[in-house]
Structures are given as structure tokens and as C-alpha cells.
Design a protein around this ligand. Sequence first.
Ligand code: NDP
Ligand code: X2W
Length: 347
Amino acid sequence: MITAAVAGASGYAGAEIVRLLLAHPDIEVGALTASGNAGTRFGDLAPHLQPVADTVLQPTSAETLVGHDVVFLALPHGHSAAIAEALPPEVTIIDCGADFRLDDEQDWTHYYDTPFAGTWPYGLPELVRAGGDKHRTDLVGARRIAVPGCYPTAISLALAPGLAAGVIEPEDIVVVAASGSSGAGRSTKPHLIGAEVMGAMSPYGVGGGHRHTPEIERNFTRAAGRPASVSFTPTLAPMPRGILATTTARAADGVDAAAVRAAWERAYSDEPFVHLLPEGRWPHTGSVLGSNLVHVQVTLDERSGRVVAVAAEDNLTKGTAGAAVQSMNLALGLPETTGLPMTGVAP
Ligand SMILES: NC(=O)C1=CN([C@@H]2O[C@H](COP(=O)(O)OP(=O)(O)OC[C@H]3O[C@@H](n4cnc5c(N)ncnc54)[C@H](OP(=O)(O)O)[C@@H]3O)[C@@H](O)[C@H]2O)C=CC1
Ligand SMILES: CC(=O)N[C@@H](CCC(=O)OP(=O)(O)O)C(=O)O
């Protein structure tokens, strides 16, 4: 058996990793850690995870994590580098935080308030690059992996096939995405209190202010093979889980609807977790909840000359914990789909 520890198990992302690991046939769940909740019985915070309900949360430190084959970090950003440095190089570390996602130090410094820690392979196996190669190749055998942000997963998977195929232009991309409130984590924030969220929607990070903007732009630049620019507006939706990302980009000259469809089919026909819906069907967050799937649809709006691609995911599953476990499978040489839910929980 392969042993795995989860740092930050008391949070939403960490608990979702535990849920997936409990269904993984090759993994034995070891230490679960927290910060202020250290010393608490895990079942008091995550009563849905009965098999480990009596596990007591330990403090988050290299001492409590060492000795496991795999360590998942689901901590606020800025806390991963010190822990990673203190663990032996042979331990597989999967970081769900932002610390190792970006490769441009200036971008990091602009959007985050901690020192730049470096760049690890990016845990989005299905994301295509210019030339057709996918990020999967970076993850096989890797010992350090950075899981993408939840918005960049849905947004990048929605539009990258068109950029890699040259059927859309990389400048002037517009993205509006709605997220359930679990995307913000478990700690109470005034704008996330039930009465503020229920029955209402609102944008935030408007005007290029959201920290996922450079991550999305970097992914699109890699897909296009030339600089991409994105206007990204996130919105908060009155639901616990799920992201619906609507992306649009200018169609390249002379491109028709068949060429657009063919680009997305080529990118995703062999992907177990990215499902291009039949023509005319549009993604719905309720259909992917609890699963590691991303549903995608694309069309050419001939009137505006823009391609519209929409993706739906569960922010906590494919948007975080599922990507973490899928990346772990690749890192350890296990079949990529092992232990990952292919079915959702609708309605
Ligand atoms: N929620 C989501 O959809 C996604 C989250 N992520 C990333 O995953 C990470 C965790 O997010 P999420 O689970 O949502 O957040 P939560 O707020 O739900 O959980 C945060 C976790 O970190 C622990 N923690 C808090 N402060 C510290 C500290 N100073 N040192 C060590 N541990 C600390 C908390 O412990 P305690 O409970 O004891 O306070 C808790 O276990 C973040 O980096 C986030 O960006 C990535 C993609 C999507
Ligand atoms: C609804 C909501 O608040 N969502 C979070 C994104 C969650 C995520 O992916 O966060 P990390 O980049 O921190 O890993 C936000 O917009 O900040």
C-alpha cells in the first residue's frame, strides 16, 4: 500500500482529497493535519467521511507529514515551500495551493503577498500546448506537482483546443465564470455568510484584479504558442459547489463551424475526464458535482465572429482534489483514472 498524508484536511479542499483517497484502492490514508483545528476529531468537522471519523487532526509540520509516500498540501498560499523543503526529495508532494503554479516572478509578486517560491509541473494532464503535446507528459514520475486554481482548470480546458489548433486568436479573449461559494474555502468571510450568498449573484476581482488571471493567460499562451490576453470576470453563485465558465475568442480568418468542432474533438476524444457534449447540449454544473469530469461545449457565433466555449466542473473535485489525485496517479505510474469518480450526484 502507498501511504498518503493530507495537510489542511480540515479545509474544503483537504477534506475532498480525503474523500477521494478513501475510495482509492492503492492508498492508505495516514496523517491528517490542521492549524487551529489540530487536536479535533476529524469526524466532528467532516461527518461525511466516516471511515476516518476518529482520526485526530495533528498540527501541520514536516514532522507529522514525514514517513508518508505522498503528501497532499491543501493550505493557504505561502505555506507550502517551507514544508516541501523539509521533506525528503523522494516524497511525492502535490500542492493544491497557488505557490508553485506560476513561472513569472513578476506576475506572482503582483498578485500574491508572499515571496516567489518557484515553479512545479502543472497538474492539468489534459491541457494541450502548441504542437499538440499535453501537460500529462510533465507529470509522469514527477515528485513535485502544482495543482491548478479551480477557475483556470475549467477556463483553460474550455478554450485551449482552439488556440492550439489555430482556429481562434489569442488576443481579446473574454471569460466570465461563476463559482459556488466553497471555492473561497471554509473560513467565514462577510460576503459568504449564508444570507449574503443565497438567492443572489455578484462579480468580484473585476478589471483584471483576480489572481487567476496570469495563470489563465499563461495557459493560453502555452496553448497558442504566442502571447494571449484575457479579460476575466469571476462571479459568486448561490450554490455550494460548481464552476460554469463561459469563454469567447475571435475566430481566425476563414474558420468555419466544422473546423471549430474538429479542434475540440481532436483534443478530447481520448480523454476520460473531459467530455465534449453532443452538439446542441450545454454544460450544467449539476451534472458534474462530485465527479472528476469537465463537461465542455463549443460553437461558432457567426454573427459576431467569435467562438464561444463553455465548461462546467466541480471546483472541489476536478477543480482541486480530483486533479490532485489524478496527478498523483500519473506521478506514481498508476492508471490515471484509479479511484476517481466518473459519475456525479445529480440532481
Ligand atoms: N476551495 C477550492 O475550490 C479550491 C482551493 N484550492 C486551494 O487549496 C488550498 C486550501 O483551500 P480550502 O480548502 O478551500 O481552504 P479552507 O479555508 O477551507 O482550509 C484551509 C486549511 O488550511 C489550514 N490552515 C489555515 N491557516 C493555516 C496556517 N497558517 N498554516 C497551516 N495551515 C493553515 C486550515 O486549518 P484549520 O481548519 O485548522 O484552520 C485548513 O485545514 C488553498 O491554497 C486554496 O487556494 C485550490 C483550488 C480550489
Ligand atoms: C468563489 C471563490 O472565492 N473562489 C476562489 C478561488 C478558489 C481557488 O481556486 O483558489 P486558489 O487559487 O486559491 O487555489 C477565489 O476567487 O479566490
